[in-house]
Design a binder for this molecule. Structure first.
Ligand code: ADP
Length: 485
């Protein structure tokens, strides 16, 4: 694997604790989902490793929180610069460990780096306010201070950006970090640690631990030194971590699952909406938490919309992410292929029509591939509509009125991202105000950026990443009252 990198020393397979590489026990194979080849073996640092990383982060916090925010900003800027200089290698690691295409991987590196740049700029602008208390001869003011040691648990679908999106604002605010990457994708996390080290981020400030989630997780949520848990992943694991964090009343920031409606109204630009579904649904083979999950189309244009979408979906080419002609890569592993296929089979059994695709391509392409799929005529109560698909399967539901559409769109425990295509400005207000979602794209299929708030309502999470809101999550607001002035 190292031979595929311009800088071979970015291929790191040991955990990073207090500025040192720690091998851990055993050797868990990491597989490339496009061809099942082993790309690394990773040791497990166990509960002791997690404890030593937390202790290192707690010690480092005492100095990191005191250095000037201008200095923290400079270190983050250097890290940002090194990430961009090594973007091609980081993108290779992403494609190797989780399969997305090189174009998508490069996009992820640039997107992830933007959070570091934004947070570095923001570090200098964290400041409080003064206010009038109701007492005579008194003054009041607030200060923002870092929360403390933050433990982060991240997923495999954005193995680079889900780390920078949490760590950059946390480090900017003055927190120190212990990160547990997804077991499928340790290499991106460890390469980021190597670049953080080169940038001069002090030992103990940024730690990455690899190992069994069931063992490391409870140590992270249970340690009294850890003041906050940052998590991106499934709602089930998010709930578990929130329960564990409750004992220590630790702050939580949770980015959980979604069930995004993608609404196309009669007055929409059909071609733009069909392009939007391709971008929202088929990016990363549908494996993002903001991927369109239910495409809800107003009846008047449904036939034309299905035709426009079929023309596009049937042209999508799945293949190895390193092949420049591939439009989408494999799913993360073979269990994911089986899970997506079960959803499609259930849809077919409940009467839906497979317009195109609808089958695994494991034998044809030699990896965890699933055919880009378009389904219509399904029932909005079938599994495909109720669960997060996390695969390249678009399913269309037809409804007549705006009220019915809003009701169906909100009929889910999730509330992360929603999309609506319409050219009627009054409708834009009515629908965006009526949707119970944390982020809404109007005539826009992608909502995430470093400068804007990312996060969900309902069972999709707590807190926001990005922009000034992302930094606020990692700060405590302290009020000071001065009497006897
Ligand atoms: P997915 O099913 O997409 O892998 P998960 O929510 O299971 O989503 O995984 C997201 C992250 O949560 C990964 O880093 C995974 O290792 C971690 N994780 C899974 N189970 C636990 C757990 N019981 N405690 C702590 N972390 C966990």
């Amino acid at each position: 694997v190292a031979d595929r990198l311009k800088d071979k020393t970015l291929y790191r397979t040991a955990s990073f604790i207090d500025g040192a590489w720690v091998q851990g026990e055993g050797a868990k194979p990491i597989l490339n989902p496009a061809n099942n080849e082993m790309i690394a073996e990773i040791g497990d640092v166990g509960a002791d490793g997690a404890r030593s990383a937390i202790a290192a982060a707690a010690t480092a916090f005492e100095t990191w929180k005191r250095i000037s925010p201008f200095e923290r900003s400079k270190l983050l800027m250097r890290w940002h610069q090194l990430i961009l200089e090594n973007a091609a290698d980081l993108a290779v690691l992403i494609t190797l460990e989780m399969g997305k295409t090189q174009r998508e991987a490069m996009g992820e590196v640039v997107y992830g780096a933007a959070f570091i740049e934004w947070s570095a700029e923001e570090a200098k602008r964290i400041h409080g306010e003064t206010m009038q208390p109701p007492f005579p001869n008194s003054r009041g003011w607030t200060i923002h201070q870092p929360v403390g040691v933050v433990a982060c648990i991240t997923p495999w679908n954005f193995p680079n950006a889900m780390i920078t999106r949490k760590c950059a604002p946390a480090l900017a605010a003055g927190c120190t970090m212990v990160i547990k990457p997804a077991p499928e994708t340790p290499l991106s996390a460890l390469a980021l640690a190597e670049l953080a080290r080169r940038a001069g981020i002090p030992d103990g400030v940024f730690n990455v631990i690899c190992g069994d989630a069931q063992v490391l997780g409870p140590v992270m949520t249970g340690a009294p030194e850890v003041k906050m848990i940052g998590f991106t992943g499934s709602t089930a694991v998010g709930k578990l971590l929130m329960r564990q964090a409750a004992d220590g009343v630790k702050r939580v920031a949770l980015e959980l699952g979604g069930n995004a409606p993608f609404i196309v109204m009669d007055d929409a630009d059909i071609e733009a909406a069909a392009d939007g579904v391709i971008a929202s649904k088929f990016r990363v083979s549908g494996q993002t938490c903001v991927s369109a999950n239910r495409i809800i189309v107003q009846s008047g244009i449904a036939d034309r919309f299905v035709a426009a979408l079929e023309a596009r979906v049937s042209k999508l080419k799945p293949g190895d992410g390193f092949d420049g002609t591939s439009d989408l890569g494999p799913l993360i592993h073979h269990e994911a292929v089986a899970r997506v296929d079960a959803l499609v089979r259930n849809a077919r059994e409940s009467g839906a029509r497979i317009v195109t695709g609808g089958k695994p391509l494991v034998d044809e392409l030699g990896g965890a591939f699933y055919a880009p799929t378009l389904i219509e005529g399904g029932n909005p109560t079938m599994d495909l509509a109720c669960f997060e698909i996390f695969g390249p399967v678009a399913s269309i539901y037809r409804l007549d009125t705006e009220d019915e559409i809003l009701r169906l769109a909100n009929d889910t425990p999730y509330g992360l991202a929603a999309y609506v295509y319409t050219r009627d400005v009054n409708r834009v207000y009515r629908i965006t105000e009526g949707l119970d979602y944390g982020m809404i794209g109007v005539n826009a299929p992608m909502v995430g950026s470093a400068s804007t708030p990312f996060g969900g309502m309902k069972e999709s999470g707590i807190g926001r990443e990005g922009g000034k809101w992302g930094v606020e999550e990692f700060s405590e607001l302290k009020y000071v009252l001065l009497g006897g002035v």
